[in-house]
Design a protein. Structure first.
Ligand SMILES: [Mg+2]
Length: 288
């Protein structure tokens, strides 16, 4: 009897170890989830912090909820985004940022290894493409890549059109429209893309939200499967539609572009609608 008791006691550490391993495995498969959060209209509106957004992000960090800020803006670098958030009292690192410039660089590396590209864009886009080893040229490129910028000229657009007509493929980092609001206005890539389309007769292949190309590469960046992702955004046509395409859960905030009275006009709907991010309660009901 006594040796049997000793044998059992000896096995205790092994049993506890097995228990810990299987618990960890269970946690990693059952409880893995994360948030992809849009910034403009969700965290800030133009240069103004949206009330409670700083508390919301602090809450995520305190509860160790994984999150990535997902931005269609390809001109701002990750450092720019971190700096802007920091100036509003939101402390994050560059690893928390995933933008359409990064998604574009990943797409081109996968699909056009060794290609040359001519860029109609600025800042973060140039940096991401260069970082990925993509050769940037001003003559006979394989690809013309359109991103945001403030230094456009009709001459630059004209040259891009010539390159496309000469055989270059046309890619856009996103197709965001202008918000068309005084004080919050920017040109939006859709306006420039329309100019090039009209002159070249070609439509760009679009990488940014709602394209599944960016949604999927962002999920891969977070090491999450589609059913583990919840996207939070203010725009039905990009954040919510992109999430629906991918099978993500979706939360619409009404602190930006979307108008609550017009939601019925869409053939798809978010899983949750809240007035601002700080109204979201955790854990989300679909995490149970
Ligand atoms: Mg937005």
């Amino acid at each position: 009897m006594l040796p049997r008791v000793f044998q059992l006691i000896q096995r205790v550490p092994a049993i506890l170890y097995q228990y810990r391993i299987s618990r960890k495995r269970l946690e990693s498969t059952m409880k893995k989830y994360g948030l992809m959060i849009d910034m403009d209209g969700v965290i800030y509106a133009g240069e103004e912090l949206i009330e409670g957004a700083d508390t919301f992000v602090r809450h995520l960090a305190d509860r160790k909820i994984p999150f990535t800020f997902l931005s269609n803006n390809s001109a701002n670098s990750r450092a720019d985004a971190v700096g802007k958030l920091g100036s509003m009292g939101i402390d994050v690192t560059e690893e928390h940022i995933y933008n359409s410039a990064m998604a574009t660089a990943t797409f081109i590396t996968d699909h056009y290894p060794g290609c040359t590209a001519h860029v109609l864009g600025e800042g973060g886009l140039l940096k991401s493409l260069d970082h990925a080893g993509i050769k940037l040229v001003d003559k006979d490129p394989d690809l013309v890549i359109l991103g945001e910028g403030k230094e456009f000229s009709l001459n630059k657009v004209h040259r891009a059109v010539e390159m496309i007509l000469g055989g270059a493929r046309f890619i856009a980092t996103n197709r965001d429209p202008s918000p068309r609001r005084a004080g919050w206005n920017n040109l939006g890539i859709a306006a420039t893309a329309a100019m090039i389309e009209e002159a070249s007769g070609r439509q760009p292949f679009v990488i940014g939200k709602p394209s599944p190309v960016m949604m999927r590469s962002a999920a891969a960046y977070m090491h999450l499967r589609p059913e583990q992702v919840t996207v939070i955004g203010d725009t039905m046509e990009t954040d919510i539609k992109g999430g629906i395409y991918m099978g993500f859960k979706t939360i619409l905030v009404l602190s930006g572009i979307a108008d609550e009275n017009q939601l019925v006009q869409y053939g798809y709907r978010p899983d949750l609608v809240v007035s601002c991010v700080n109204d979201i309660n955790f854990p989300l009901k679909w995490w149970a």
